[in-house]
Design a protein around this ligand. Sequence first.
Ligand code: GLN
Length: 341
Amino acid sequence: MIKKHNVLFFALLIVLISTNGFANWISNPRDIKQALNDVYREYKDKKGGKNADYIPELAKVDPTLFGIAIVTVNGDIQSIGDADVPFAIESISKPFIYALALHDNGEKIVTEKVGLNATGHSFNSVMAIEEKQDHLQNPLVNAGAIQITSLIKGKTSHEKWQRALDFIKKLSDGNPYLGKSVYQSEMATNQHNRGIAELLDSYGMMASDPLDAVDRYTKACSIMITARQLALMGATLANQGVNPQTHQRVISSKEVQDVLSEMVINGLYENSGIWFWTVGIPAKSGVGGGILAVVPGKMAIAVFSPPLDKAGNSVRAQQVIKEISQRWNLHLLGNKNMNRI
Ligand code: GLN
């Protein structure tokens, strides 16, 4: 005779297996907290890398700052360390400005004007523009991002910038703001980006005045954000474009697909291939020391630690996200995740 509690036990087992909840996916906030504690302790004293110094204001940031935040698609936030310290978002603004440009112009225009493929070069490479006959880059390197910025709609330059900032705020908790000192520091030293914009303009690839686009691009890079706010922006992507805290739809699900695809293709610049191979999660880095990783349907992980490797990616943030991915089997192409495809 089959006993009632045996039936219940097997039913529970089937539910656990079918939801893939056995060992891979940690949805319990207490388990996330525990894992964050472990990983934080393991990496807290690890050294390696150097702050970005081509933007003077970034060279001044305390290199020992270290914060991690995870936001799930349910809106649960867990964090540890310096997760409430604002830092410059830098290139992590790029995927989001890309989403806004898609919304404003449609996929076809953006794709045809900017391109999609990995460049295989550093994020501010001029060679990458020159070596291709069509000069097309992608939205996540400086050239493509400056073009993307030129595509943002608005009656005046100020309105275009304000729309971009409001969009970033809506993806998060409403509090990211323009860091004036980072912006001034970057504007005083961004001759290279101005050169890129003028070069693109010479090829007829800019949709607005090139220097105005660089100005707004630099403002977007100078947005100050905390790891917790950044993880919430990522969780909005993980949640198909609906902010899990405000429950507001900010990005369409197709735009989310486009943005995450680009994060796989070029999120960590010339190291994007090896990143996806080892970690298997779409991510975006910034020279302010942040990396945002998005696990579709589950959560986002944001790590802040200023010292960078040669490609401009935070050394410790890469280590932490890799560790979390391996612990929880988050690689999108790992066998644990294949049964859901
Ligand atoms: N604002 C920086 C620049 O234009 C952004 C680069 C980055 O974060 N990789 O160089």
